[in-house]
Design a protein around this ligand. Sequence first.
Ligand code: ZN
Length: 176
Amino acid sequence: MTLRKIIKMPNSFLRKKASLVDKIDNDIKNVLDDMLQTMYNANGIGLAATQIGIDKRLIVMDCGLKADDENLKPNPIKMINPEITFSSKSFKEREEGCLSIPGHHAIVKRPDKVIVNYRDENFDQKELEADELLGVCIQHEIDHLNGILFIDYLSRIKKEMILKKIKKEILNENRN
Ligand code: ZN
């Protein structure tokens, strides 16, 4: 397993729509394993292939250790070609962050519950109903595969504020 470099805003690759995976092979399995390792290493709960510069519809998640209930145990999930087939009409607000936008958080409003169709590591078709933290995580990660970031849901002013801060951070980094 290899830790991959997580690409950050404003890298334009984050705006790319990722390609469908047409078959499972060892390369895909290795990428999924690397993604989980990279995500755990960065203390994240979700990661999309786009975030490590790979143009494939792959996401990994583990909300087990940060779940809302007391039942804390690891629960790694790997999804290939995930697609939301149902979104509830009711919405919920929750604070989100992103490994590609480190240090910034904001409240995002999303459908409360989703159903996602995907293929697992054996390329078998699966369906999962998710709400709460996992529901949010799935929506956030699938957004990455479509070039969408959580800051896109914020008001123009809030989004510009974050983008300005990122620009400043990069300037400071280059100065040091
Ligand atoms: Zn993210």
